[in-house]
Design a protein around this ligand. Sequence first.
Ligand SMILES: [Zn+2]
Length: 301
Amino acid sequence: MQNQIVHESISEMKKYAKALQGNKNYVAKKTAEDPEYFTKLAQGQNPKYLLIGCSDSRAPPNEITETDPGEIFIHRNIANVVVPTDLNINCVIQYAIEHLKVHNIVIMGHTFCGGVKAAMKQDSVGGLLDLWLNNLKLVYEKHQDLINQLENEDDRVACLAHMNVREQVLNVWKNPIVQKSWQDGHPVMVHGWLFRVETGFIEELEIEESIPNNLSKVFKLNFKPTQPQPKFKQQIEEKEDERARSPSIRKRFQRMQSRLETEIKRLTITLQDANQEVEKEVVEQVSEVLQKDLDFTTDDN
Ligand SMILES: [Zn+2]
């Protein structure tokens, strides 16, 4: 038993070491083609797409699209799901649109997806995973009559993977950041792909939901203008001026100033017989404390 564990551990370590050796080979190959390759890559990224795909190791986005590092901004999770409250995916979407300025978002599902397959079964796969798969089950429930007509399980998985892509495209459209991109003059398009593991080809899905206008009115959002209109801006400035001249702030300031002067006078009288240096030091300290108090009160307003 122990020998078996040792043997398995060594075998796993070898696989791990192979990955690091693979990296050395990769660097050697790239620098042989272009000695400046990594220096150029370090200067920044300018991806044209955001791809949301499945974590499945058989669907590596760069490899199957023959793209290089720096060309696709990628987010992956189990079964390429866009959950509206997922902080992680929402940060990726916001960064891709607002900072990287991508114009295309691709949802990529794939055939033989383990997540999709598990979602069609009733066997539990564990607490958190079951929760996550509920996102897929919702899609399955919606289309089960169509999917269950297919005899072959692989076909049923492919069909649900396809339906899931359509649903996630819609979820991307429902996203406020994506919707707002159109109003901000930076229109983002959303596409659906199904990667066929068995052939290596990507099928571009014809999805009527690719057009934002087809999004249900229930989810359509109207945004307030980002930049204040000139008249509105003027009103804000006038209000700020008014606030600065406010009698209550002025009174408070005068009150603090008067308190400061009184405190200094009192201390000067108390310490009139003391050493001149000590007196000076104490007065300075009190002044400093009161001035801080005064600054704080003024800032606070
Ligand atoms: Zn998958």
